[in-house]
Design a protein around this ligand. Structure first.
Ligand code: PHE
Length: 347
């Protein structure tokens, strides 16, 4: 082996031994750098005769080219290994199962309320919401409750140990009926001077509270108030609207309704609305669904309207009860226990 072949072998071995790109560049310098072995050889050419210089020069240049190509081969190998290592480090195991995200859904009572809003909405009813902490005046007085009416008593109503700015006692509203007054007052004020005033047609769903708890009563429950006031609104309209609503809500055109005389301070006459399904397991069985009646003149006056001119009806129903009937739930409390095994059935 001549000295040039030995140098090529040496360089190739040094390159192969360099574990990183930086060390490879150091090895390169030892052979091809300014003071490298090949450079030294080229410098030595000056001492030779013309012919020898030619052959020796050509041999050295060939050696230089081979060393360069060995260097490049090693550079590529190092870069490939580095990429390989990087890919390895970032590897994604596509065979691992993913992390499932629990799918939520609307609460059955929210679904029932959305259905109620959609059906009454299609009949031209506005949807209104109001405060759950109410004044004594809104919950009772404005609704024509006598001062000593039992509904005001501590057994039925949750009182808040606080008065409002005008010194009125506050309570957790025991029904949505105060929304009749809030909505009608605002409507009357908004249309003051309009003759006739545009009709009031509104439903007001929301949470209500009473001291009560068993399979069909919960201290927090839902109600949905309905109010339709105009110049010629009668009980007949109530019957048509409410029966139509029930048939659409339960998707049963055979539903019958019955108005049973009752008493509420804020309506006169008053009626409980009962319904019977036209099909299904409860077919023909009368179920109590809502309180209703023609709004009492004193209450119309508290709306800020003339009871000699404006007349109409109100009703109050329980969306919880509608949801129980629609979904076949036998215990109201299940709606409010937040047991996922129950709730997941409604996703
Ligand atoms: N507010 C009454 C209740 O809670 C229901 C009702 C509303 C009755 C409107 C008549 C008119 O029982």
């Amino acid at each position: 082996m001549n000295d040039l072949d030995a140098l090529l072998t040496q360089a190739t071995a040094d390159f192969a031994a360099a574990p990183t790109a930086a060390e490879l560049e150091n090895a390169k310098a030892r052979f091809l750098g300014k003071a490298g072995r090949v450079t030294e050889l080229l410098k030595g050419l000056g001492k030779l005769g013309v012919d020898e210089k030619k052959t020796r020069g050509a041999e050295i240049n060939q050696l230089k080219a081979r060393i360069e190509s060995a260097l490049n081969a090693r550079r590529e190998a190092l870069a490939a290994a580095e990429l390989e290592a990087q890919l390895e480090a970032q590897a994604l195991d596509v065979t691992l199962p993913g992390r499932a995200r629990g799918m939520g859904g609307l609460h059955p009572v929210s679904r029932a309320i959305e259905r109620i809003e959609a059906i009454f909405g299609s009949m031209g009813f506005d949807v209104a919401e109001g405060p759950e902490i109410e004044t004594d005046w809104m919950s009772f007085t404005a609704l024509n409750n006598p001062e000593n009416h039992p509904a005001r008593s501590m057994q039925d109503t949750f009182y808040v140990d606080m008065k409002d700015a005008e010194g009125l006692w506050l309570n957790l509203r025991p029904h949505t009926s105060p929304m009749q007054v809030r909505y009608a007052k605002a409507h009357a004020a908004r249309h003051a001077g309009a003759d006739p005033m545009p009709e009031i047609r509104v439903i007001a769903p929301g949470r209500t509270y009473r001291v009560d708890s068993d399979a069909t009563h919960s201290p927090m429950f839902h109600q949905c108030e309905g109010l339709w006031i105009g110049e010629h609104i009668s009980f007949k309209d109530l019957k048509v609207v409410f029966t139509d609503f029930l048939r659409r809500f339960f998707e049963d055109d055979g539903i019958e309704t019955r108005f049973r005389p009752s008493y509420f301070p804020f309506t006169e006459p008053s009626a409980e609305i009962d319904m019977a399904f036209g099909s299904g397991p409860l077919k023909g069985k009368w179920l109590e669904l809502a309180g209703s009646g023609q709004v009492h003149p004193n209450v119309v006056r508290n709306y800020g309207l003339d009871p000699e001119r404006y007349i109409g009806f109100a009703f109050g129903m329980g969306p919880d009860r509608l949801a129980m009937l629609r979904y076949g739930v036998s215990d109201l409390r299940m709606f409010f226990e937040n047991d996922l095994r129950f709730l997941y059935q409604f996703r």
